[in-house]
Design a protein around this ligand. Structure first.
Ligand code: NI
Ligand code: MN
Length: 224
């Protein structure tokens, strides 16, 4: 069994034979379900350099010994800036890390420390214990999402931003569901702050019977 736990904003903990933490923005996150010191992980996947995604990755990696997986440029940036962490830099493509199949996939979004660009933004497709999970990161919808399903599907669960302003809104995310054809979808990256306030029920309506929309409150989890 694989558990997908929503930690708030874009942060998820995937628990199976390995613990995979994604975009652990917890300190300073008004919707965070846990404190950074309460999280255990083997791998920490980061989708891009923005603060609401790198979050507490460094602190958690130092304490747990988890390796940080990120785009090559961001991995190098973190190692140069911080001590006591191990990073695995990669780029768009498939790899296997500690027995977990991971594909770093494109995302249409910027990646920077707020000022200077650091590599590109990405999403991840993860195959753990026979379950396929897609975390889109921050992105707009794009037609090549259909390839993710063709190459790596069926996708058991897609974690999609619906907040608008910085990413897809509900309408675009519903189109992404059409392209990805996942079994289940969990909306994320909404209502953390006023500019990305959204009603997830609206997204659910737009998706209709194309997939099962599972609305998780921070701290809640989905079993697959
Ligand atoms: Ni971002
Ligand atoms: Mn973001």
């Amino acid at each position: 069994m694989v558990k997908v736990k929503f930690l708030g904003h874009a942060a998820f903990l995937i628990e199976g034979s390995k613990k995979i933490l994604i975009d652990p923005f917890l300190s300073g996150n008004p919707k965070a379900a846990v404190k950074p010191e309460e999280v255990e992980a083997d791998l920490i996947l980061v989708t891009h350099a923005h603060g609401d995604h790198v979050g507490d990755a460094v602190e958690i990696a130092r304490r747990t010994g988890a390796k940080i997986v990120a785009m090559y440029d961001l991995a190098n940036y973190l190692v140069e800036k911080e001590s006591g962490i191990t990073t695995i830099g990669m780029n768009y493509g498939p790899t296997e890390i500690d027995g977990v199949f991971i594909v770093q996939v494109p995302a249409w979004h910027s990646s920077s420390d707020g000022k200077y660009s650091i590599g590109n933004a990405c999403g991840y497709i993860i195959k753990l214990d026979g379950i396929t999970i897609y975390h889109a990161g921050d992105t707009f919808v794009f037609g090549d999402m259909a390839l993710f399903n063709e190459l790596y599907g069926p996708i058991d669960v897609a974690l999609l931003p619906i907040g608008g302003h910085f990413t897809m809104g509900p309408r675009e995310a519903a189109k992404a569901v059409e392209l990805l054809r996942p079994r289940k979808v969990v909306p994320m990256h909404y209502s953390t702050w006023p500019p990305i306030a959204q009603d997830p029920e609206e997204f659910k309506k737009l998706v209709g019977d194309k997939a099962e929309v599972v609305i998780l409150q921070p701290g809640e989890e989905l079993e697959l």
